[in-house]
Design a protein around this ligand. Structure first.
Ligand SMILES: Nc1ncnc2c1ncn2[C@@H]1O[C@H](COP(=O)(O)OP(=O)(O)OP(=O)(O)O)[C@@H](O)[C@H]1O
Length: 922
């Protein structure tokens, strides 16, 4: 079936849709701002977080205010740390906070270090607070220890080395909100009370350090301290590595995870930061990776290795700053934000899902997809261009996100193989689009879609961080279950980000490369599985979406009616059919046997039953409609509200499936070949289906292209259409449809239905809301348009039906009651005159008596305040009789006014409708 111009090719439709989408997206200013601003805001927060934890100058914010050193710079190799003056050091230094006893370091099977106490101290709450020192300058370390506890009477080198110094940091500590710590105002060499406290501590425990823990003053207590010395960081590495190899790695990992959990739940008690140089120089890459993971956890378990603690006076702190470059401190600090980075990154990337979903659901909610389909847009171009369009949008978005993160030095983007990242993120955005296509089928309202989708995005970030990540890092959690969780694309993406950031941290600490292709063969990082899952799901989602979209053609091949269905037993002849309907039915049966091209529409016993819902019975909306419409005919469907007119049109345009029977449009069965039918069809639906942000001209250009109009022919057709529906004046054509009045929208809808010369046009109440002038113009358009096509028009305006329609059918309660042209119907159903006569109310009875005297079968149809209407059968009275009735009345009383009219279509309508007991009109 071809239009005059031939059906638009795949690429023509694609081109039309692409142009329309571009204009549509350009106009969605709010959505565009959101797309741009959301990542910018989140990236800005990330930058701020990063600065909060690690300033650009390389100095950790973990140092309290007042110890900031503005001109200290961290060289790329972390080696050259220059000393600077501290502008305004605080008078009182921060005190040391250490973990509660149960979290302090003890020797275990996996950490079998001789100088750590055994685990029994945990039972008695007597484990010492272990402080591990290392560095290139041992005497400096000893000096440091001395200064930490400056007034201890046993403070000397051997004390420090053989146990630890006693220390006392005053009982009159006050909380310093700036430092978020307790300070001891008594802490100065000159201050006397310190000695009392020292003694008290020494009395209670032989070798003790003071801990001013967070809380109230009574928390100030003395505890045992244990200082461990290692000659270098590599010594620590070796021990750890040995511990890993000789111990039970799984058990060790479990211990670390348990300790990590405890630490998390107690993190507020800590103000000791642990630095650990995890650069590895032994073992295979796989072993190194495993140890790195362990080491990363150990870093956070501050009771295992305390390599650094804040000094007790600013000079010492200052000295530490000098020492810091020996250790890879700053990258560690920066990596504290990694978990936030993953969550934020997830939110940023997943934000595309609601955007894609709302786009798709918008077209579904407003039936725009079906509207495009009805004007010839095939599924192929629709899905392809939608896919390409969202892919382009996602790619630009992801590139922008990646580039800004790299530019800001955030996250792990800069550390890894760029091609590897490109492949992972490309696969993911494709998966995300396919996922959105599939999920969009579950929604029908934009607002619900948007709310649900954003909630899911938000939840995915948090669940990923607080649940999924824990499972990934927990070696005791079954790997298969992790894989199952990764079937959800949000978690697959979380895993990718997680592994990239883990690797980035490891590479920073070990000064090695980030993730490369070789790392895909390392099973411990799970990247290969995630990639396989994402690729497989991408195809599966697309395939399932395709199947659901084409389920009729795939699963049914051809919609057949169930012979046992109660609906199929119905025949129109079950009702006592009138001659006109019988004749129409016979014509249909003849055409079914011998198709005739001059009848483009043949409806064969069409029936639609809406199933009952919520306890309501099912509703027969169209009941066995048989109809044959010839080319050049405008067929009018009349009927009261709820008669089934719109349902009939919905079946004809493919918005709903018939329950029984079928119809043929240009010999194509609407139950089977609806897609082909669409190429020769124009529709003006009852409710305007327009894109609020597109102009009238853009709508017509789009639908014109879909109908294969091109170049000058397209422009000419658009101009003519706009002119014919009076939308050219005052620049209305270039205003957005959302700003049109109801009448303008209606005219635009009619213009859309007629553009591209469709052979069959459905106009569902086209003149609703039009002013008389516009309605007249519209009628002219329809009159011109009907010449070479069939137009089916529903209307409540009898005048419109009389003016435009060659034939009319009156529908009541789902059934066609009569069919014929206006004259035939008037003759058949309207063989009467209508006499209207107005007198004073007291003379009403006399008027009625005079009328029934001349015309015994007269039917009073109206009576109000002296005005009465009578139907007078033409076979009983002549016009002269009517005059004599009036003359007789005038001779007896005053007749204020009177009139006689022939039957109108409206009279016919009322009569047919009331005859069918649809409603009472008297
Ligand atoms: N989706 C539906 N589910 C259930 N019943 C429906 C549905 N759509 C329509 N109906 C019912 O089917 C009957 C026919 O409705 P339809 O909209 O076709 O009438 P209509 O003649 O077009 O009315 P109007 O002139 O008011 O537009 C009505 O009783 C209506 O309530």
């Amino acid at each position: 079936m071809e239009t005059q111009h031939g059906a638009a090719s795949f690429w023509t439709q694609t081109d039309a849709l692409f142009r329309k989408n571009l204009v549509f997206q350009k106009r969605r200013k709010k959505a565009n701002c959101q797309i741009l601003l959301f990542p910018i805001i989140l990236v800005a927060v990330l930058v701020w977080l990063r600065k909060a934890f690690s300033t650009d100058s390389g100095q950790s914010k973990l140092f309290p205010p007042g110890y900031e050193c503005s001109d200290v710079e961290l060289a790329p190799n972390n080696e050259n740390f220059t000393l600077c003056s501290i502008p305004s050091p605080r008078e009182y230094p921060p005190l040391l906070h250490v973990p509660d006893s149960e979290y302090r370091a003890v020797a275990t099977a996996s950490l079998p270090f001789g100088d750590l106490p055994d685990g029994s101290c945990r039972k008695t709450n007597s484990c010492p607070a272990t402080v591990l020192f290392t560095g290139s300058n041992k005497s400096f370390a000893l000096d440091l220890a001395g200064r930490l506890f400056p007034r201890s009477p046993i403070l000397n080198t051997s004390d420090i080395l053989n146990g630890f110094a006693d220390g006392v940091f005053g009982s009159s500590s006050v909380f310093d909100p700036d430092l978020n710590m307790y300070l001891d105002p008594a802490f100065s060499p000159e201050n006397g009370p310190i000695y009392n406290l020292q003694r008290r501590c020494r009395r209670n425990s032989s070798s003790s350090i003071f801990v001013g823990s967070k809380g109230t003053k009574k928390d100030v207590k003395c505890i045992k301290g244990l200082r461990l010395w290692r000659n270098s960081s590599s010594e620590i590495n070796d021990e750890l590595f040995k511990g890993y190899l000789t111990g039970n790695p799984e058990k060790m990992a479990n211990e670390i995870v348990a300790a990590y959990d405890l630490l998390n739940s107690n993190s507020k008690n800590f103000n000791v930061t642990v630095w650990y140089n995890s650069s590895m120089n032994k073992g295979s890459q796989g072993e190194k990776n495993s140890v790195m993971r362990v080491a990363r956890s150990i870093n956070l378990v501050s009771n295992a290795y305390l390599e650094f603690l804040l000094g007790a006076n600013y000079k010492i702190l200052f000295e530490f700053v000098k020492e810091m470059p020996k250790h890879p401190v700053l990258p560690e600090v920066a990596d504290f934000i990694s978990p936030f980075f993953n969550v934020f990154a997830i939110w940023i990337v997943l934000q595309l899902i609601p955007i894609i979903l709302t786009n798709l659901v918008y077209e579904k909610q407003w039936n725009l997809r079906i509207m495009m389909k009805m004007h010839g847009l095939g599924d192929g171009p629709y899905w392809m261009i939608s896919y390409v369009y969202f892919l382009a949008l996602s790619s630009v978005y992801m590139l922008g996100f990646g580039a800004s993160c790299s530019f800001l030095g955030l996250g792990s983007f800069t550390d890894h193989d760029y091609l590897l990242q490109f492949v992972f993120f490309s696969v993911y955005v494709n998966l995300q689009i396919a996922f959105s296509f599939l999920v969009s089928r579950m929604f029908s309202k934009v607002r619900t879609t948007s709310v649900v989708a954003y909630l899911i995005v938000f939840a995915t970030g948090l669940v990923g961080k607080f649940f999924f990540q824990g499972k990934v890092d927990d070696p005791s959690f079954p790997r298969n279950l992790v894989t199952v969780m990764e079937l959800y694309p949000g978690f697959a993406l979380y895993r990718v980000f997680h592994e990239f950031s883990v690797k980035a941290r490891e590479s920073k600490l070990s000064h090695s490369r980030g993730m490369t292709w070789q790392d895909l063969s390392d099973r411990s990082n799970g990247m290969r599985e995630v990639l396989i899952i994402m690729v497989a799901e991408w195809f599966v989602f697309l395939f399932v979406t395709y199947c659901l979209d084409n389920k009729n053609s795939i699963f049914c091949f051809r919609r057949k009616l169930n012979p046992s269905s109660p609906w199929t037993h119905f025949r129109a002849s079950d009702q006592a059919e009138k001659a006109d309907l019988v004749e129409e039915r016979e014509k249909v049966e003849e055409l079914l046997v011998q198709p005739n091209r001059s009848y483009p529409i043949v409806c064969d016993n069409l029936r639609k039953v809406y199933p009952g819902r919520d306890g309501n019975p099912s509703k027969v909306a169209v009941d066995g409609l048989s109809l044959a419409l010839a080319r050049g005919e405008c067929f009018g469907m009349l009927g009261p509200n709820g008669a089934g007119k719109s349902t009939f049109i919905k079946m004809m345009i493919g918005l709903t499936q018939p329950s029984a029977g079928t119809a043929f449009v240009e010999d194509l069965n609407i139950q089977i070949d609806m897609k082909k039918v669409y190429t020769s069809m124009g529709v003006c639906p009852q409710h305007d289906l327009l894109w609020e942000t597109l102009t009238g001209r853009e709508h017509l250009l789009f639908y014109g292209r879909l109908k294969n109009l091109k170049g000058p022919a397209l422009n000419r057709a658009v101009e003519e259409s706009l002119g014919s529906v009076n939308l050219l004046n005052g620049g209305v054509a270039d205003k957005q449809a959302g700003k049109y009045s109801g009448g303008m929208k209606r005219r635009l809808s009619v213009a859309i239905s007629l553009i591209g010369d469709p052979k069959v046009v459905y106009l569902d109440e086209p003149s609703t809301g039009l002013d008389p002038a516009s309605r007249k113009e519209l009628w002219d358009v329809v009159m011109r348009a009907k010449r070479d096509r069939v137009i089916i028009l529903t209307t409540h305006s009898m005048e419109e039906a009389d003016h435009l329609c060659d034939r009319l059918g009156i529908f009541v309660d789902g059934r066609m009651q009569c069919i014929g042209n206006s004259k035939q119907l008037k003759a058949r159903y309207g063989g009467f005159y209508v006499l209207t006569i107005t007198t004073s109310p007291e003379n009403e009875n006399e008027v009625e008596r005079l009328v029934s005297g001349r015309c015994p079968s007269a039917n009073k149809t109206y009576n109000l305040s002296g005005t009465q209407k009578f139907d007078l059968a033409k076979n009983e009275v002549r016009i002269a009789d009517v005059f004599s009735i009036v003359e007789a009345a005038k001779s007896k009383f005053t007749v204020q006014s009177w009139g006689i009219a022939d039957t109108t279509l409206e009279d016919v309508f009322f009569r047919v409708a009331s005859g069918a007991e649809a409603f009472n009109f008297i």
